[in-house]
Design a protein around this ligand. Structure first.
Ligand SMILES: [Zn+2]
Ligand SMILES: [Zn+2]
Length: 91
């Protein structure tokens, strides 16, 4: 199960939406360089025997499932969960 939540960048104060963890039919990948999201839609059969084929990011970076969330503005990884923000579960 994955979840989406709001975080705040400790560097510049930008509010960031973070999606974390796999859902039932798709999971978020992030660009290693800029943190942009790309969703891998593997469908209801699950990710097991499938290979993700992420496109190259427009910044030239690579989408992986391991990349940390980043601030879209300053690219910092120093994000703190917004205690007043929403959290949604998806699966
Ligand atoms: Zn920032
Ligand atoms: Zn990128």
């Amino acid at each position: 199960m994955g979840r989406g939540y709001q975080a705040v960048c400790n560097e510049c104060g930008t509010q960031v939406e973070v999606n974390d963890g796999p859902g039932m039919i798709a999971m978020p990948f992030r660009c290693e360089d800029c943190g942009k999201e790309w969703w891998w839609h593997f469908g209801p059969g699950g990710p097991m025997d499938k290979e993700p084929e992420p496109p190259p990011c427009e910044c030239g970076g690579r989408f992986t499932s391991e990349a940390p969330p980043r601030c879209p503005k300053c690219r910092s990884t120093d994000l703190e969960r917004d205690p007043g923000g929403y959290e949604v579960m998806y699966d």
